[in-house]
Design a protein around this ligand. Structure first.
Ligand code: AMP
Length: 366
């Protein structure tokens, strides 16, 4: 496959903070960038070489975009399929539509994990309240009901303590709206009393070479990532098993780019895959300051056909997200030489909005 020379333009669909940090990494290697997304004054637009503000369904804008770029990638996986198909027909797209498609749907994703011999929590597809009640005879409570596809008015998940919660759970995730007749709507899965949550970011190049960053240990608050810590508190065998899963997944998808795989570590030390994303991931931001090469540069290298680098970590690190009004209270980070602050250039401070993150470095523990 052809290497893309510095000076060429890499396109990115989506113009949030992931796109912004991708553009910065691309610029370091001499590439121009063109970002495409519906939001004006976006984080990525501020640092990209060119920007198109248009809906993903605007085929005219997509046509102009695709003719201006040598290759295109994504910063999020929920790109409408029509847009992805259009782009794929008019320019090189990495990763492929197939990788995005698997990651858009929790059920596809769980079937994919099974196909590569990676365990998940027990689950059942659910398309109605009566199917939910039937599933509750197979899946023990506590359990979690999740929409199969994201982006459903933010009504994503409901934890059921007992089977008596079925109706409340169904109301919560469907938003009491009538369901589309086609496709499976939701998935019921066992609630995992995990020891910890981890994620692995794998990068796969055009030559098929896969390199993984070490597992990060993730803590969530209010359904959002709060911190990622490296090294994770897991033993070497668990870490190797986790990177093995991420490698198998990237290979099976024949992905060119990045794949983030989130997993639960159970009380007995087993790994259960939760979900994956074929793009840079919030739980990989620690690589920006603790490694010689970060996730964004690996993605640039993968899409441009450059060799991937074996990531070398030189510090222990805690990545902390800066959320909402917290962005107004970061002076202590700004005056700490161990704290590396990254802000996303978002003008509007809203509760729950990711405004930036900080990587706090410590000497390597060994
Ligand atoms: P998800 O949207 O699937 O990534 O879920 C977001 C977060 O909710 C996860 O990172 C976990 O902290 C928690 N969670 C999701 N599913 C489960 C589960 N089956 N068992 C325990 N915690 C879960």
């Amino acid at each position: 496959m052809k290497r893309i020379s510095p000076g060429a333009t890499i396109g990115i669909l989506g113009n949030g903070q992931l796109g912004r940090m991708f553009c910065l990494a691309a610029a370091r290697l001499g590439y121009r960038t063109h970002v495409f997304g519906p939001e004006a004054n976006s984080p990525a637009e501020q640092v990209a070489t060119a920007s198109t503000v248009a809906a993903y369904t605007d085929l005219g804008a997509l046509a102009a975009f695709s003719s201006s770029v040598e290759v295109a990638t994504f910063e999020f996986e929920n790109v409408p399929s029509a847009a992805a198909a259009y782009l794929a027909a008019h320019t090189q797209v990495r990763p492929s539509w197939r990788a995005l498609e698997v990651c858009q749907d929790r059920i596809e994703e769980k079937r994919f994990f099974a196909s590569i011999n990676a365990a998940t929590a027990p689950w059942q597809p659910v398309n109605s309240l009566s199917e939910l009640n039937a599933a509750l005879t197979k899946i023990e409570t506590p359990a979690v009901l999740k929409t199969a596809r994201l982006g459903y008015d933010g009504k994503g998940q409901f934890k059921l303590q007992t089977a008596a919660d079925a109706e409340a759970a169904w109301q919560a995730v469907t938003g009491a709206k009538p369901l589309k007749p086609n496709g499976i709507f939701a998935v019921l899965e066992s609630f995992v009393e995990f020891r910890c949550e981890i994620s692995v970011i794998a990068a796969r190049g055009q030559d098929g070479n896969v390199v993984c960053f070490e597992p990060a240990e993730n803590v969530h608050a209010n359904h959002m990532l709060a911190t990622s810590t490296v090294p994770a508190r897991i033993d070497a065998a668990t870490a190797a098993a986790a990177t093995g899963i991420a490698t198998r997944a990237a290979e099976a998808l024949e992905l060119i780019g990045l794949l983030a795989v989130e997993m639960f570590v159970t009380q007995t030390g087993d790994l259960l895959c939760n979900e994956m994303a074929p793009r840079p991931h919030n739980s990989g931001h620690w690589t920006q300051d603790a490694c010689g090469t970060d996730q964004f540069e690996q993605l640039v290298r993968a899409v441009a056909g450059l060799p991937l680098l074996e990531p070398r970590r030189h510090a222990d690190v805690v990545m902390r997200n800066i959320v909402g009004a917290e962005v107004n209270t970061i002076d202590h980070f700004l005056s700490d030489p161990a704290a590396h602050v990254h802000l996303y250039g978002k003008a509007d401070v809203r509760p729950g909005r990711k405004m930036g993150h900080v990587n706090i470095l410590r000497p390597m523990s060994g």
